[in-house]
Each structure stands twice: as C-alpha cells, then as structure tokens.
Design a binder for this molecule. Structure first.
Ligand SMILES: Cc1cc2nc3c(=O)[nH]c(=O)nc-3n(C[C@H](O)[C@H](O)[C@H](O)COP(=O)(O)O)c2cc1C
Length: 368
C-alpha cells in the first residue's frame, strides 16, 4: 500500500509541518539535574534530520517542587534547563523540523528505584496514585492555583524559546489524569465531582491559563488516555456520550489537537464500530487528532519495558484508517527511539532496513 498519505503536509494555526508523522514523547532520563545536555539536543536534531514532521519532547516537568520523581528527567523551568531546551529547539529548526515540549507534572508517584525523592512530598488531588496506594498529600487551593500558573509559565517559556506548539500531558495516570479518574480524585470541592465532566475542571483551568499565556495562534495539544499503567483496560469514558462530556470542555478551553494515547492503535474504542480512540475523539470533538500505539511494530510499549521484543509490521491498517479520515497525524515512539531515520526509510520504501525494538535501545540515546 502506498504511504503517500503519511507524507502530506499539515497546517494548523501557526504550525506547518512537512508530513503527518509525530515523534511520540519518550522519557529518557538523560538530563542530569533536570538540564538537557548537548547529547540530548543532538538526539532530537537527528530525528529532525531523519524527516520527522513534528517532534514531541520527552515529558519535561513544570516548576513545582515535587513535579518529578526522577532527578534525570528534564525540567522546563530554571535558567540552565531552559538554556538546554533552547539548544534543542535551535538544532531541530536548523534541521528543518518542528517541535513541542510535553509539559508535565507527575502528581502522586511511586518513589524512584534509586531512592531519590523530591524535597517535598508528592502532591495530587487526593494523595492517591491508584486505588489503595497513597504516597503524598492532598493539594490545597493554593497548590492548585500555583500548579495551574506553573503550567502557564512553562507554555510561555516554550513560546519564547521558539517552540512550534505545546503538548500538555493529561494521560497515563499522572497529575491531570489523577483529577480525571474517580479512583484517584475523591474530592468533594469544585475540583472533584461524580461525573467525568465535573472532573475535567483542573484540566480546563490549565488549558485556559496556557492559552492565555501563548495567545490564540499557537496550537495547543493535550494528550489523553483511557488506560493507566496501573489499569490497562480502564475506560474513563465508557461510551461516546461520556467521551463527549470529557473532551467538549477541553475544546471550549482552547485545545486544538487531541493526542489519543492507546497501546495498540487498531483496537476499537467502543462496541459497534471499528473506530479507535483518536477516531472517536475526532468524531465527537471536531478537532484534529493524533493516533499512536504500536505503529510499525508487532508488540506494545509497556510489554517492551518488561523485555518483550517487537518485530517490524505492516503499515496497511494504519493507512486504511488514515485514508478514511479517522485521524490527522500519527505518533511513532519506539521505532524512532531506536532509529532516527525511520521516517526517511518509510518514505523511500526501504522496508528491509526497518528495525524491530528491543529493550537495549532504552539504555542509550541512539544516534544512528
Ligand atoms: C521509553 C519510553 C518513554 C516514554 N515516556 C513517555 C512520556 O514521557 N510521556 C508520554 O506521554 N508517553 C511516554 N511514553 C509512551 C509513548 O509516547 C508512546 O505512547 C508509546 O511508546 C506507544 O508508542 P509506540 O508503540 O510507537 O512505542 C513512553 C514510551 C517509551 C517507550
């Protein structure tokens, strides 16, 4: 099947990218003290040279004292870290690419395996990371207000440094998702609520603040997932109606693109239709969507952490859905972590040169 539809340009507001392929955000823990190094800049520049349309950075944390559980995850605040990010975006632009930071607050976390802990306890809507697991404190009104402001400052810095768009990490069981999920949001004030619609309030306020800081023209992306690493089969929205209740307030607040995280893009979201998560979100929101999850690989990413190897796989099913108009963009994670030239190889039809994925690739910043 022709891969041509992946190589159409895409434009939205001030964002112009040369193809439909997005590098998925992937934590690398190669930024000692939260500062992205020259190696990190070179790693991203290589992906831009390899023709990735839009690069999403690894999750990079906002200015709250316990927004991270790992000292080697990059910060998106502070002079030194922002100077590191400036080198990253300049390198990506030099190579003809476009990029967004994925701005992140982890919320309530497990302690890092190294024993490192942040200077103050983790914080979240109710102190819970998952049912029965408390590891931090309940956020006060003041904490919430400062966290919203810190997301806004990170977005303003992204724009000032020259990034092309901003992605807010609202997926995978981290802070924003801890507000969405009834199992981790037990609040009885305005930040909680019985319905998913009510529990979007925190995300809505973050998006409004970010929009306020970056103006109307910079597109805003939010990443969402139904699953959590602690609950693979979880459905925050159990029906298309609930999905609408979830995403409509986010649209009204200013989201332009929904990044719909799945482990396997071909899995239908609801019974009675083969539309996937990105397909449904596009249908109910009318906004552009990004699909993701095992594109070009046989196995999914959480199994990869546990050591399962994946082989290259056909793109035909992805292209069938794309040509039907289910989504606008396609994010690719592990293939780009392991091979900066994956996009170029796909465009040139060099199928036999595509690599599989093994856990070894996680241990280094693969440069070529
Ligand atoms: C090493 C690694 C780190 C990841 N870190 C993040 C992250 O920081 N933020 C995020 O939203 N997703 C993260 N993910 C999930 C990926 O963005 C992506 O959704 C997932 O790998 C599925 O895509 P793939 O099957 O193409 O690899 C990570 C995945 C991997 C493999």
């Amino acid at each position: 099947m022709s891969t041509e539809s992946l190589f159409r340009p895409f434009s939205l507001k001030s964002l112009n990218i040369k193809n439909r392929i997005v590098m998925a955000p992937m934590t690398r823990s190669f930024s000692p003290g939260g500062v992205p190094t020259d190696q990190v800049a070179a790693y991203y520049q290589k992906r831009a040279e390899g023709e990735v349309g839009l690069i999403l950075s690894e999750g990079t944390v906002i200015d709250r004292p316990s927004s991270s559980n790992d000292p080697n995850i990059p910060h998106f605040h502070g002079e030194q870290s922002l100077a590191g990010w400036k080198k990253v975006i300049d390198g990506v632009h030099y190579a003809g690419g476009a990029m967004a930071p994925q701005i992140w607050h982890m919320g309530i976390m497990d302690n890092h395996h190294s024993g490192w802990v942040p200077p103050v306890p983790f914080e979240g809507p109710s102190g819970l990371n998952r049912p029965g697991f408390v590891n931090g404190r309940v956020m006060t009104e003041e904490d919430i207000a400062d966290t919203i402001a810190a997301f806004g400052r990170a977005a303003a810095d992204a724009k000032r440094l020259g990034f092309d768009t901003v992605e807010i990490h609202g997926a995978h069981g981290y802070l924003i998702d801890q507000f969405f999920w009834n199992e981790t949001n037990k609040r009885t004030d305005i930040w909680g609520g019985k319905t998913l619609g009510e529990r979007t309030r925190f995300a809505v306020e973050v998006i409004k603040e970010v929009r306020q800081q970056v103006g109307e023209e910079l597109p805003l992306i939010i990443r969402l997932s139904q699953f959590k690493p602690s609950a693979y089969t979880n459905k925050l929205a159990a029906s298309p109606q609930e999905l609408e209740e979830w995403v409509s307030p986010l649209v009204d607040a200013g989201v332009d693109i929904f990044h719909c995280s799945q482990r396997r893009f071909w899995e239908p979201e609801f019974e009675g239709s083969d539309l996937n998560f990105a397909g449904w979100v596009k249908k109910v929101s009318g906004k552009a969507t990004i699909t993701v999850g095992s594109v070009g690989l046989t196995g999914e990413f959480l199994a990869a952490f546990a050591g399962e190897a994946s082989q290259p796989s056909s793109l035909d099913e992805l292209l069938r859905r794309m040509d039907r108009g289910d989504f606008d963009l396609v994010a690719v994670g592990r293939p780009l972590l392991a091979d900066p030239n994956w996009v170029k190889k796909v465009r040139e039809g060099r199928k036999e040169e595509l690599k599989g994925f093994t856990k070894d690739a996680l241990a280094e910043l693969v440069m070529g």
